[in-house]
Design a protein around this ligand. Structure first.
Ligand code: SAM
Length: 298
């Protein structure tokens, strides 16, 4: 959402400048600070025949503050199947259509990719007007490895499904990036800790806005602060670092720890214990614990 404290641009009057070339323009808009709208994005938004947006009130407010007046049409997950054929027909007739989302880059955890695909399939030119996206902004300031990252969007709201997704991601040797809501960040961190281990992590919130903040630390540290203070407010991105070669324990250390744990705990509990202690995935820990338990018996 746009930060309402940022000053609006002066409205622009006068004749409408020349139209952009026909086709679909996928236009990124600010994730907070209005100054992040690129000059090229402004130019396309000022000149397109139609601005296609998720919520006409949200984009209407943003364009008003930028001094841009264009006809808006809504395009969101509920009306997309009905609206898409009409938009494609306009595009085929030679219209220039600017696709925006409420904030950031369309198609990134936002509607857009089906329209892009169908426009491409219909031979309509599709052009990028790149700019802000919360995933990239968060990666750029979190201080976690960025050479490889996996963007996983929003995790499922239900715990079992969320943990299943985390299990799947456990073996990925890359920084994991999630969009998350304040009311769920605590339970998500708890699951991350149990399933992925106590990795380095970051919460990047309210990026480009007045209360921008990046919290860094181990998952357990971020969680402890939330348990003590309550969840942080605003829009946020959760980043979880890769398992990391340096922290990877030796097989001997894990085996010794498992032997110790298996002396008093079930296979499942011993696996959970070493997953937490060594920051390895629960699935891997369970497999190793089973192996050790069999070796101890046999
Ligand atoms: N398409 C958008 C983009 O490219 O950034 C993302 C849309 S997604 C529906 C919205 C989510 O992005 C929020 O719930 C939050 O997780 C994240 N987000 C958006 N703006 C943010 C900001 N200023 N700071 C941190 N996270 C933000």
């Amino acid at each position: 959402m746009i930060d309402p404290r940022e000053p609006a641009a002066e409205p622009r009057d006068g004749a409408r400048p020349a139209q952009p070339q026909p086709g679909l323009w996928v236009v990124a808009t600010p994730i907070g600070h209005l100054g992040d709208l690129s000059p090229r994005a402004r130019e396309i938004l000022e000149r397109a025949d139609i601005v296609l947006c998720e919520d006409t009130r949200v984009t209407g407010r943003m364009l008003e503050r930028l001094g841009i007046r264009r006809p808006l049409e809504s395009y969101h997950e509920h009306n997309a199947p009905r609206v898409r054929p009409r938009i494609l027909a306009r595009l085929k007739e030679g219209a220039s259509v600017a696709l925006v989302s409420d904030a950031g880059t369309p198609g990134i955890s936002d509607p857009g990719y089906r329209l892009v695909r169908e426009a491409r399939e219909a031979g309509i030119p599709v052009r990028a007007v790149p700019g802000p996206s919360a995933v990239i902004a968060a990666l750029s300031v979190a201080g976690l490895p960025t050479d490889r990252f996996l963007f996983a969007g929003f995790l499922p709201a239900r715990r079992t499904a969320r943990r299943r997704v985390l299990e799947e991601l456990g073996a990925v040797r890359a920084t994991l990036v999630f969009y998350e809501a304040p009311h769920r960040i605590g339970e998500t961190l708890r699951d991350v800790l149990e399933v992925l281990g106590d990795r380095e992590a970051a919460i990047a919130r309210e990026l480009t806005k007045l209360h921008e903040e990046v919290r860094t630390g181990r998952v357990s540290e971020l969680l402890a602060r939330i348990e003590a203070e309550g969840p942080p407010k605003g829009e946020m991105v959760l980043l979880v670092g890769p398992p990391g070669e340096r922290e990877r324990p030796s097989e001997e250390d894990v085996a010794a720890a498992l032997d110790e744990a298996l002396a008093s705990l079930s296979v499942r509990d011993a696996a959970a214990e070493i997953a937490r202690r060594f920051g390895i995935s629960r699935r891997e820990a369970y497999r190793l614990a089973l192996e050790r338990a069999r070796a101890r018996k046999g």
